[in-house]
Design a protein around this ligand. Structure first.
Ligand code: DOR
Ligand code: ZN
Length: 341
């Protein structure tokens, strides 16, 4: 039986929520990954070091016995964030980055930043204290077509941010377009991107052709096939600028199967298997380890993991639900299975 053993990976962008959902999803993340960058878009958002530390404790309580998992906390930028908060975050060993949600861009982003230029003093502080900026890179104005929002964010905001803060480390999260890939490739080594499994595996037809499929709805939204091809090329290129970030975003099933359904794909249950599927389709399984286990750690200036995980080529069917959450590819087959971690 075909197997693939790689250095244990990390997830550089995930949502584990809190309360009951956390209990369902955290064991999945902890079974696959040594570390994960934890998104701060709770209700209320994680805006202070004290909140991040309390949330970290809640996450650690949910780690199954025997698992070795470290949550890497982030703080949510708002108009009320101060330079003192940036300094406090830099001094806290458990906080690794700040997340910028344009106000209204996605789930729990109401408290986000309405005008990026108003937080320039904060970006300057992050550059000074060497804390990465994690970007949800989409504009939010009604007049901008939803399929163009990432491209327009790059033109309108990201180009200026990277020009004005040349030493700020920036992660353009969950890139979905050829333009984003080109921007990141052309930028300095301080600019990188994460790529989700759903954006590598599916184009927008999966969500909209032959019926509307809410479990494929996430933000940034799935794009057309030419963009998916650009993402595959970037992820399998061996470039250290592109690394794994699932953006696993669990929602209770009825909130997605709804007249106004929530954005987010739940992928943590089989993240590595989903990526392996995409890399194998591109005949690039040899590039999975760098993408999943090396480049993100290097970017965050953390040591690479030293233990390994093994995948086996043995088809299995994704369950219909995990608790109250419908996973990505529910009821469908995956060809790889994680057998030891
Ligand atoms: O699809 C998404 N879901 N995109 C995001 O940016 C947020 C996430 C969530 O928190 O549900
Ligand atoms: Zn996210």
């Amino acid at each position: 039986m075909k197997t693939l053993t790689i250095t244990r990976p990390d997830d550089w962008h995930t949502h584990v929520r809190n309360g009951a959902i956390l209990q369902t999803v955290l064991p999945h993340t902890a079974a696959q990954f040594a570390r994960a960058i934890i998104m701060p878009n709770l209700k209320p958002p994680v805006t202070t070091v004290a909140h991040a530390l309390a949330y970290r404790e809640e996450i650690l309580q949910a780690v199954p016995t025997g698992a070795n998992f470290t949550p890497l906390m982030t703080l949510y930028l708002t108009a009320a964030t101060t330079v003192e908060t940036i300094k406090a975050a830099a001094e806290c060993e458990h906080v690794y980055a700040f997340k910028l949600y344009p106000a209204g861009a996605t789930t729990n982003s109401d408290a986000g930043v309405a005008d990026v230029t108003t937080i320039y003093p904060l970006l300057a502080a992050m550059e000074k204290y060497e804390l990465p900026l994690l970007l949800h890179g989409e504009v939010t104005d009604e007049s901008c077509d939803i399929f163009d929002r990432e491209r327009v964010f790059i033109d309108r905001h990201l180009t200026a941010i990277t020009r004005d803060f040349p030493d700020l480390r920036v992660v353009l999260e969950h890139v979905t377009t050829r333009e984003a890939v080109q921007f990141v490739e052309a930028a300095g080594a301080n600019v990188a991107a994460t790529i989700t499994p759903q954006h590598l595996l599916f184009n927008r037809n999966a969500m909209l052709a032959g019926g509307i499929r809410p479990h494929y709805y996430c933000l940034p939204i799935l794009k057309r096939e030419t963009h998916r091809q650009a993402l595959i090329k970037a992820a399998t290129s061996g470039s250290a600028k592109f690394f794994l970030g699932t953006d696993s975003a669990p929602h209770i099933t009825h909130t997605k199967e709804n007249a106004c359904g929530c954005a987010g794909c739940y992928s943590a249950f089989g993240a590595l298997e989903l990526y392996a599927e995409a890399f194998e389709q591109a005949d690039a399984l040899d590039k999975l380890e760098g993408f999943a286990s090396f480049y993100g750690a290097d970017f965050y200036r953390l040591p690479r993991n030293t233990d390994t995980v093994t995948l086996q080529k043995s088809p299995w069917t994704v369950p219909a639900v995990y608790g109250e959450i419908t996973p990505l590819k529910a009821g469908e087959n995956l060809s790889w299975k994680l057998i030891s971690a």
